[in-house]
Design a protein around this ligand. Structure first.
Ligand SMILES: Nc1ncnc2c1ncn2[C@@H]1O[C@H](COP(=O)(O)OP(=O)(O)OP(=O)(O)O)[C@@H](O)[C@H]1O
Length: 233
């Protein structure tokens, strides 16, 4: 049994008279400790999948089995606990709290979980030991994204979900961020899911799930994923 098994997942949104099908009969597997890229153009339904995997939204129908439990059956309270304890999120625009320092942004996240890691140690691992007392506005975009990654990793989550994590960064900074996400999977054995529209980034993945027009069009496995240092776009 795979660590994540999505089966026949549908998500529809009702907009007045119109029904929008964001995910149509989506099924895929993700292995524990692997790095998966969900690849597709704008509007394909990627964020909808990520939000459902992270318990921020529920499918209209289908199963979302994570570590043996179908989270599609969870009530609001169970979803809150799942988001808090099991999921680390990294967003395109960092979403740091502006009036908290680097260290405090990470401490805030670890304070709500049972098995959080030492914030200072994790910030050191992402190369920010010199920036602990800086506020987000005093950091570059890449540094802010590294704080966001540290914040997600310090929760010691089962699953790290990343929504266009390099979307707001320049090329070199984007690659540093991808290297950190690769390390999270390869060195720290986290299950990492990245969504992107950039097909070059997909080369770093163990598995690429191609989404287009609400459906899974292809699932590609890489037995030898390309190291981030060799990816060019
Ligand atoms: N809350 C919502 N209400 C109504 N429609 C929605 C909602 N969320 C998403 N959609 C629609 O569902 C479809 C898929 O959206 P989704 O955000 O999952 O795509 P995406 O592949 O992540 O796109 P992007 O790369 O632009 O973020 C789109 O047509 C979108 O407009």
């Amino acid at each position: 049994m795979a660590y994540i098994e999505v089966r026949n997942e549908f998500k529809t949104y009702q907009m007045g008279e119109t029904e929008i099908v964001a995910n149509r009969d989506v099924s895929f597997d993700i292995e524990a400790g692997s790095l998966t890229v969900i690849l597709g153009p704008s509007g394909a339904g990627k964020s909808t999948i990520l939000n459902i995997l992270g318990g921020m939204d529920s499918p209209t129908s289908g199963q979302i089995v994570i570590d043996g439990t179908d989270i599609a059956t969870f009530n609001a309270r169970q979803l809150t606990r799942f988001r808090r304890d099991d999921i680390g999120f990294v967003f395109q625009f960092y979403n740091l709290i502006p009036n908290l320092s680097t260290r405090e942004n990470v401490e805030l996240a670890t304070s709500i979980v049972k098995d959080g890691l030492d914030p200072v140690k994790v910030l050191d691992e992402v190369g920010l030991s010199e920036r602990l007392d800086n506020f987000p506005s005093q950091l570059s975009g890449g540094e802010q994204q590294r704080v966001a990654i540290a914040r997600a990793l310090a929760k010691n989550p089962k699953l790290l979900l990343c929504d266009e994590p390099t979307g707001a960064l320049d090329y070199e900074t984007g690659k540093q961020v991808l290297q950190l996400l690769s390390d999270a999977s390869r060195t720290f054995h986290k299950t990492v899911v990245i969504i992107t529209h950039n097909s070059e980034i997909a080369k770093m993945a163990d598995r690429v799930i191609h989404i287009n027009d609400a459906k899974v069009r292809d699932v590609e496995n890489h037995s030898n994923p390309t190291p981030v240092s060799e990816i060019v776009w």
